[in-house]
Ligand binder design. Structure first.
Ligand code: NI
Length: 159
């Protein structure tokens, strides 16, 4: 496994749409492992492949609960319900946080890393995370949809 370089604010790749994964081969499995490691290294709750420069529909999410990292290949949000106003950040926009409106609940379909098509009903933080990462696959970033006046810059802690 390896830490991959993060693509940051201003990188044009973040505006591009990702392509469907057709075959879950060794290369995709390595990408997934590297994405999980990279997400954990930077304490993120989610990461899309485009953020490490790969335009493929792969996202990883970890809410640091008992479920462990969730890997979603070719995710599709099928239904949304309600709204939640939430604080959000993104590994491509280090130290910046703002409020956005996300669906309160979503139903999504995706393929897991074993190749099985799955369906998930998600609420609250998981709904927010899936919505944020699926936006990345469509070339959209949270900064495009923040509630005006809510952007904050938080100084990183000295390590
Ligand atoms: Ni993000």
């Amino acid at each position: 496994m390896a830490i991959r370089n993060l693509r940051l604010e201003g990188d044009e790749i973040l505006k591009k749409k990702s392509r469907e994964v057709e075959i879950i081969d060794e290369k995709i499995q390595i990408l997934i492992d590297d994405m999980i490691e990279t997400m954990h290294k930077y304490n993120g709750v989610g990461l899309a492949a485009v953020q490490v420069g790969i335009l493929k529909k792969v996202i990883v999410i970890d809410l640091y609960d008992d479920k462990g990292p969730i890997v979603m290949i070719n995710p599709v949000i099928q239904k949304t319900k309600g709204e939640q106003e939430v604080e959000e950040g993104c590994l491509s926009f280090p130290n910046q946080f703002a409020k956005v409106v996300r669906p309160e609940e979503i139903v999504a379909e995706y393929t897991n890393r074993e190749g099985k098509r799955m369906r998930v009903k998600a609420k609250k933080l998981l709904a927010q995370a899936i919505s944020h990462e699926v936006d990345h696959l469509n070339g959209e970033v949270f900064m495009d949809k923040i509630i005006p006046g809510t952007l904050e810059y938080v100084e990183p802690e000295e390590k």
